[in-house]
Ligand binder design. Structure first.
Ligand code: NCD
Length: 306
């Protein structure tokens, strides 16, 4: 039985296969409308979510399966003090596959150790978010027709942004990737990613504070929200929250084929005027997230399809 806890749980070959399947689903979604008939997805969300939970549910419903679950810790037995281990033991009796989002780093991994069904990490604290990464990779591939030979700018809260951590891990396995890490000093990429991923594999990267200085070099600009809920004090959040605001004026210096991604939700970091720029891809990401989660659940459930 396979789980998806960390983006590196899938090999590069498996990711390529999964993205090919997601592309095929996107071309003809109706062909897949019954592939998970009789299957049940449980969504265990201990933290707020719009896209991740609804796209998982839409993905399962699109394949003829059904869904059950909870969307806040308060409405589950976690509020009574139940452990994730006991919850997953119960959920294993009700569903065929589950997606877990939890504020504690490592909770989905712990769940997977007690689970009888595939567990998908739908975001664990400030740690990892592998299915957002699959969405991001599908979108980058659609826009740039490749996942190698890219200069990727990651901008915003690189400390707490789990989508950033997972994307760096996943992209670091492709050839000739260079990262430009754009953040305030306090919100830099954690040392464990710098040391164990970037330095360990000799992947070129630079850390800068100013987006204007580097925007012209980028093939991809990945904007992120400052993660309010992970700050220890409100003053720091207020001071840092508007560190970056992407505007059409700043976009003028970017390459004509740069793609702008954002996992969403957006707060202030991309001005609404930028939405009309054909280089933006954040609403494509939302759509791709459904297809890639269909492909992922088919893969983990070992569903056959011609
Ligand atoms: C992200 C998350 O939850 O980490 N959202 C998402 O899943 N698309 C990004 C964020 O909350 O800023």
């Amino acid at each position: 039985m396979r789980h998806l806890i960390d983006p590196l749980d899938l090999s590069v070959v498996e990711i390529d296969r999964l993205l090919d399947l997601a592309d095929k689903i996107a071309e003809n979604p109706k062909d897949y409308s019954q592939v998970c008939s009789g299957k049940k997805l449980a969504t265990l969300f201990y933290e707020p979510s719009t896209r991740t939970r609804l796209s998982f549910e839409a993905a399962m419903l699109n394949m003829g399966g059904s869904v059950l679950g909870f969307s806040s810790a308060d409405s589950s037995s976690a509020a009574k003090g139940e452990s994730v281990a006991d919850t997953i033991r119960a959920v294993s009796c009700y569903a065929d596959i589950c997606a877990i989002r939890h504020p504690k780093e490592g909770a989905p991994l712990r769940a997977s150790n007690y689970s009888k069904i595939p567990v998908i990490n739908a975001g664990d604290g400030g740690h990892q978010h592998p299915t957002q990464t699959l969405t991001d990779l599908m979108t980058i591939r659609a826009k740039k027709h490749r996942l190698n030979h890219l200069t990727i700018g990651l901008c915003g809260d690189l400390k707490f942004g789990r989508t950033v951590h997972s994307l760096i891990k996943a992209l670091s396995r492709y050839e000739n990737i260079r990262f430009v890490l754009i953040s305030p000093e306090e919100l830099r990429v954690p040392d464990y990613i710098i040391d164990n991923v970037l330095k360990a594999q000799n992947i070129p990267y630079e850390e800068v504070e100013n987006i204007e200085d580097v925007i012209s070099q980028l093939d991809i600009l990945y904007m992120t929200r400052v993660q309010k809920e992970r700050f220890f004090n409100e003053e720091d959040y207020i001071r840092l929250k508007d560190s970056y605001i992407l505007t059409t004026a700043k976009m003028k210096n970017a390459k004509p084929d740069m793609a702008v991604l954002h996992p969403l939700p957006r707060v202030n970091e991309i001005a609404l005027e930028v939405d009309d720029d054909p280089r933006t891809a954040y609403f494509d990401q939302v759509q791709n997230g459904v297809y890639v989660r269909m492909a992922l659940m088919m893969t983990l459930l070992e569903v056959e399809h011609a």
